[in-house]
Design a protein around this ligand. Sequence first.
Ligand SMILES: [Zn+2]
Length: 109
Amino acid sequence: MGLSWRALCPACPHGHPFPENLYIDTRGWTCCRQCWRTEPDPPDPPDPVAIDRAVAGDPPERLSARERAAAVARLDARGLSAEQVAERIRCTPRTVYRIRKRIRQGTTR
Ligand SMILES: [Zn+2]
């Protein structure tokens, strides 16, 4: 098993220089650290207005998972209970608990 062709390139397809940014993942694939950190691009960038509305208790019809998580984080910072947060963003307390867990684990982006 040798290094893949990509590992032999001077840079990744996006121009990040190797070997500084070379990264072999758990499957033995050659990746770029910079790209690994920045891709894939989120399909829907969070809308700050949507988050503001949710925090204010008037969430838009379509609230993405990331926007909802951002709203939960903001309301948590104010010390609201899961039930109060759920009421604001129009979801169940169960969803709030799930989002809080994700926030603690740092898996929201
Ligand atoms: Zn790259």
